[in-house]
Design a protein around this ligand. Structure first.
Ligand code: HEC
Length: 210
């Protein structure tokens, strides 16, 4: 009898031990599951934790840096100069020095050393300063103004403004949903302001084709 109760005590203690292990294992799993579950904020922001983080992602995959961030030469070729992120063609950097009649008649596109200015059949265009700078960037812009650039192709988002010049891919970017454009706008507003007056575009030397 005594023996039996010792055995049953061992079984009982062992059982409690195993049970408690199982329990803590489950609790651990539950915690992991809740950690990896997307929070409501992340759902609202395309899987990102904030609107600005989502906008940063959209700017990266939208290739905005390719034209709006001046390039500098690195060991593997041109790379983005992130000190000047999204600040457009630097005011002192000239466009490519090329035979513009030849470029225009052949329908070619030639970028400059910073790849922020473009000579083509449209004349010369310069990537705009889209940093948060309030005088030379988009710091004082409203969202409506910003959206108009992509929906109507009007420079400065002004209803009566001139047409946005190539190679700015406004039609493609204009396919973004309003929440996506709002996120891009929020990110641009959060960027470091870079004071840089981008030169005005020049018309084609062969005249604008009607
Ligand atoms: C292939 C080059 C290229 C790419 C890529 C590009 N842009 Fe542009 N962007 C330009 C050029 C060039 C201009 C100036 C056009 C002009 O003067 O009419 C411009 C103009 C703009 C303007 C208008 C600025 C103003 O003052 O009216 C905005 C806003 C803008 N880009 C935002 C973006 C955003 C956001 C992205 C990425 C999602 C982007 N661009 C990608 C070349 C590009």
């Amino acid at each position: 009898m005594k023996r039996l109760s010792v055995y049953s005590l061992i079984i009982l203690v062992g059982g409690i031990f195993i049970f408690s292990r199982c329990n803590s294992g489950q609790a651990g799993k539950g915690k992991e599951a809740s950690d990896s579950t997307t929070t409501p904020a992340a759902v609202a922001f395309g899987g990102f934790e904030s609107q600005v983080a989502w906008g940063k992602h959209l700017v990266a995959i939208g290739g905005c840096n390719d034209c709006h961030t001046p390039k500098k030469m690195g060991p593997n070729g041109p790379e983005n100069n992130m000190d000047l992120e999204l600040s457009g063609n630097p005011s002192q950097v000239p466009p490519a020095d090329v035979n513009r009649k030849e470029i225009e008649s052949k329908g070619l596109l030639v970028g400059n050393s910073t790849f922020t200015s473009f000579v083509g059949p449209w004349g010369i265009s310069y990537a705009a300063n889209i940093t948060s700078d309030s005088t030379t960037g988009i710091g004082t812009w409203t969202f409506e103004q910003f959206k108009r650039v992509f929906k109507t192709g009007k420079f400065g988002g002004a209803p009566q403004g001139r047409n946005v010049l190539p190679p700015m891919p406004w039609q493609g970017i204009g396919q973004m949903t309003d929440p996506e454009l709002e996120a891009v706008f929020a990110y641009l507003k959060s960027t470091k302001p870079v004071h840089n007056v981008v030169p005005s575009p020049q018309p084609p030397v062969l005249g604008v084709k009607k």
